[in-house]
Ligand binder design. Structure first.
Ligand code: ATP
Ligand code: CA
Ligand code: CA
Length: 162
């Protein structure tokens, strides 16, 4: 059996109850076979960049997985489909988007999968939550280059008391 690999997945949603969709997706990622959830970032809110519609809720999770990267992508796409993801046009609003950002130190460049994710360095909504849980993976210069993009923390759920 292969050794576990540390990988990072970006979550995003901007239709319906986007925060609930992101939290639910985290729980589903934790249930992927041969995979454990190691860390989850806070939830962030950002205005659509290349997309349209309501604000996005974004987060990043760190996982440890024994799955090969294409198998992991297939599991992530199944979770997207389960959340009702449709792809009517490029950058359409979406119930759930799961992007594989990093897979160990691996570089993958196939038609269906590119890792590191080729557009992650341009996106505050990816770099800010990634830096929260994996500061060693994002340099201050990288964060600075996206500092013009507005992104705010979603206030944490106070729970059901009082
Ligand atoms: P972007 O990739 O710019 O964030 P998107 O997430 O809206 O755009 P999708 O429609 O979700 O794009 O995905 C299009 C295709 O991208 C997927 O079918 C998948 O095969 C491919 N893909 C390539 N690399 C990755 C990756 N690292 N993570 C997820 N999908 C990827
Ligand atoms: Ca995406
Ligand atoms: Ca995607």
């Amino acid at each position: 059996m292969r050794d576990p690999v540390t990988a990072y997945v970006a979550l995003g949603a901007n239709l319906g109850d986007a925060a609930a969709a992101v939290k639910d997706a985290m729980a589903r990622i934790a249930q992927i076979d041969q995979t454990t959830l190691a860390r989850a970032s806070s939830l962030y809110r950002s205005a659509p960049v290349e997309s349209s519609g309501p604000d996005y809720v974004n987060a990043v999770v760190e996982i440890r997985t024994r799955l090969a990267a294409p198998d992991l992508l297939a599991r992530l796409q199944a979770i997207e489909a389960g959340a009702g993801r449709e792809r009517p046009f490029r950058n359409a609003p979406r119930t759930l988007d799961l992007d594989l950002l990093l897979y160990g130190s691996g570089r993958i460049d196939s038609e269906r999968l590119q890792v590191p994710h080729p557009r992650m360095q341009q996106r505050a909504f990816v770099l800010v939550p990634l830096a929260e849980i994996a500061p060693g993976r994002v340099s201050p210069a990288q964060l600075k280059s996206v500092a013009g993009q507005s992104i705010t923390l979603v206030p944490s759920d106070p729970g059901h008391g009082a």
